[in-house]
Design a protein around this ligand. Sequence first.
Ligand SMILES: Nc1ncnc2c1ncn2[C@@H]1O[C@H](COP(=O)(O)OP(=O)(O)O)[C@@H](O)[C@H]1O
Ligand SMILES: [Mg+2]
Length: 650
Amino acid sequence: MYPATQPPRAIRELPDELISQIAAGEVVERPASVVRELVDNALDAGATQITLRLLAGGVRLISVEDNGLGIPANELPVALKRHATSKITSLTELESVGTMGFRGEALAAIQSVSELSVLSRTAAQDSAMLLDGRSGELQPAARAQGTTVEVKELFYSTPARRKFLKTDNTELAHCVEAVRRHALTRPEVGFAIWHEGKLVEQWRAQTIDAASDEDRNTQYQRSLDRRLADVLGDDFLDNSVAVHYQSGNVTVVGRAGIPDASRSRADHQFAYVNGRYVRDKVITHAARSAYEDVLHGHRQPIYALYVEIEPTRVDVNVHPTKIEVRFRDGREVHQAVRHAVENALAVPRANMLMASALQNHELPMTGTFGSGGAASGTSTLGATASPAWPNANWQQATMPLAGTRVADVGALWQSTPRSGLPAEEHPTQSFATDAVFNALSANHTSAPSLQDAAPETWPLGKAIAQLHGVYILAENTQGLVLVDMHAAHERIVYEQLKTQIDTQRISSQPLLIPATFPAIAQEVATAEACADALQELGLEISTLSSKTLAVRAVPSTLAQGDAVALARSVLAELSQHDASTVVQRARNELLATMACHGAVRANRKLTIDEMNGLLRQMEVTERSDQCNHGRPTWRQLSMRELDALFLRGR
Ligand SMILES: Nc1ncnc2c1ncn2[C@@H]1O[C@H](COP(=O)(O)OP(=O)(O)O)[C@@H](O)[C@H]1O
Ligand SMILES: [Mg+2]
């Protein structure tokens, strides 16, 4: 039953206190929301050290102490008023706001649901002043420059809210998380968190020395890396690669976790826009899609991404807590983030490790390394509100092989001898890849000169043996490398097909003798309906009868594989899609299916030269650390790990 309609009452303006309490509902959900707002304010005031003290998960007390500019005594009462702010004065300023706050409602909202006091002192004052929010009483007190805001008994006046709070430990965890989000974007600020008198977390300020010769961005990068390691653990740093990307209006820096470091939950995904932590669908989706090709669908990547964009191109005033933003052009941000992460992940990891070894002079430099250009669109990053990273040093530091892109490798494949003969005429070579291996091992002149580089600098090492027809064993400076040869080769073929379809089309090779096979009705129908799509994929399949199909051409890359098996699986996949758009939408799945057919099978004996050919190919193939299904293609066993197996050196 609906309640009976109430008798009409006069329209009245709500009292101020009630307005604030209603507004508080949007801003202050739990202690962590208060923490976020107060830390925002401290950062806006230029603090370099922020200390948070909590009692009972923040419900009994939240105190945030900073060494920022302070609030002049005469402005203290104003600070607690609704819509009172020192941060903007006009709509124009709102559109290019660089501070965390600007709505002027946090202190008012918090005060309406707690007992709030503010103790503050500016540089110009002889003593600090303490304002009691309840009574409005203002009195002198002792304090160095800066501000302490104390919030006691949160939600004491709104018991309904208080009931929604969880245990102290849960609320504490949320408060820590709120500070962590700030800490990850402000390495130059020190943070300490105390709970019930015990130090819970402490992240020291990373100094950025203005007088230093070193580029400010380089310093910032280093301090950010150190902060990421402090806050998220050394593992985060060890298992992630640097992201640097600039395109048009958008700059993306930060770190992207390697696929191996993925987690079952999305709890290590941090995204920032102009220094502000955000939860944004565009960025999340873009990052996710950058991992599409290297990660199992249900795994969650880890990353910390910092997007810098001209303030007028993003609206931060979408949500009272400012955790959501709206981009003027979501597509440009999506593309930038996606490319930034994709490019960072594309570089084979062994090369990076080798590069840093070279950089640290652990290995001799050879002529072939360090000559490559940049893989991604980076450019000089200006000093913006929160500084971005530089590019010049970084390229040398981490990407010596990045210049050798898949496109170059394509030359290798193109130059493989192509007999165009059907498989039967190559009784010992059942895969096109044999020809590729041969070309590689023969030190082809058009090949990138990796082969000529000193073997001790080969990131994936020198092949020494094949194990049970499945694994390649190789020796590199760190120790033993184990490679899953089918998985690795599958990725190489896949990347090659992708490059071909991107740059022109998949080059196709006619079979001298068409491979005919008995087909079911659906296969015949698909072959006819999808002739164009098949052609795009480098396949030509014609109908001989209502029950027979003939493969007339296959992609050159896969020329000596089993043409019928290839045709059958591509037809099976095509039949599930709408013919006209399938190649755009299901491009990668289709190419992956094809690559699987083209990749060297387990149990095929490889010569040492062929194995080395495959290893060198991996080193210059993007994303070669993962197979097409997101599994790793190689593992390193270091000498230390091997020694540990034998209890050596103890
Ligand atoms: N820790 C602080 N240090 C210096 N000034 C502060 C601090 N906290 C609040 N203020 C002042 O109080 C004003 C109101 O704060 P707040 O209600 O959070 O609104 P906003 O941050 O949106 O301006 C701020 O604009 C600022 O001038
Ligand atoms: Mg604020």
